[in-house]
Write a protein that binds this ligand. Structure first.
Ligand code: URA
Ligand code: SF4
Length: 263
């Protein structure tokens, strides 16, 4: 059964969307770099690259990911066989990601849960249903212009939050995925994804509504769908975040396809 756009928004628990959109002029939150290159998108403290001080939790017993493979087939094989952190010990399988490998949108979650561990695909449980509804509300699907990945590729036992060292061990794979996909916008779902991609541990509430930078790619931060399932009123905030991401993407595309625009 396919739902109408309005039904999907109702399903997501979202109020009237157009009001939200009008209240958030794009330039106020996220000036596109191509439009105003002299303007910093984010405070300097948030743009500096990670100095990679974290160590794998296995304390050197397991091999680290020296360099993630440069192409998809090798990357998939490397991840499937990876034993670079202790999460390899209880996984049924590693979950690389799903979707369009030439996606405009990259969504990054935390790590596989029980169902993802069994099925080998990210976000197939309850949180995944909500994520699919959020995508549908944007006229997107997980296999069309969208790629979905996680900060760690193996299920943390009991669905606990991955440790910083586990995320550090797995980060080269995510970095390689980003390099291969070259998305136009990255949406980080929850704190683990923010930690992994932006190396930042501030609260999500303080980071929402801003545009960050990952190697020239705009990044927007929002709540994890599993959190939203427990905190329904925050769905409207997540919707605002997605609209912000869409505006940034559209701005980027407009500039790229109209290089003669007078700004
Ligand atoms: N939560 C995540 O962060 N990722 C998944 O793949 C599933 C649930
Ligand atoms: Fe390797 Fe990542 Fe799985 Fe750890 S979580 S074993 S680094 S693929």
């Amino acid at each position: 059964m396919s739902l109408s756009r309005e039904q999907m928004l109702v399903e997501m628990g979202l109020g009237p969307i157009w009001r939200v959109r009008d209240q958030v002029p794009p330039s106020e939150f996220c000036p596109a770099p191509a439009l105003e290159p002299e303007m910093p998108l984010v405070p300097a403290s948030l743009t500096k690259q990670d100095v990679r001080t974290e160590q794998p939790s296995s304390e050197g017993q397991l091999p680290s990911v020296a360099l993630a493979a440069p192409n998809w087939p090798d990357l998939a094989k490397q991840v499937a066989e990876c034993r670079a952190c202790s999460l390899c010990q209880q996984r049924k399988q590693a979950v690389l990601g799903v979707g369009d490998r030439q996606a405009d949108w990259l969504f990054v979650g935390e790590g596989p849960g029980a169902e993802e561990d069994v099925q080998g695909e990210p976000f197939v449980g309850q949180a995944g249903k909500l994520l699919d509804n959020m995508l549908a509300a944007l006229d997107l699907k997980r296999d069309n212009k969208v790629y979905i990945a996680n900060a760690v590729k193996c299920r943390p036992p009991g669905n606990r939050t991955p440790e910083a060292a586990e995320m550090a061990a797995c980060r080269p794979y995510l970095e390689r995925q980003i390099a291969l996909i070259k998305p136009k916008i990255i949406v980080l779902l929850g704190k683990a994804a923010v930690h992994s991609v932006l190396h930042e541990d501030k609260t999500l509430a303080s980071m929402r509504g801003h545009c960050f930078d990952y190697q020239g790619i705009p990044v927007v931060v929002t709540y994890h769908p599993a959190y939203l399932l427990r905190n329904l009123p925050d769905k409207a905030k997540a919707w605002e975040d997605l609209l912000l991401a869409r505006r940034i993407l559209r701005q980027k595309v407009t500039v790229a396809t109209n290089p003669d625009l007078p700004f």
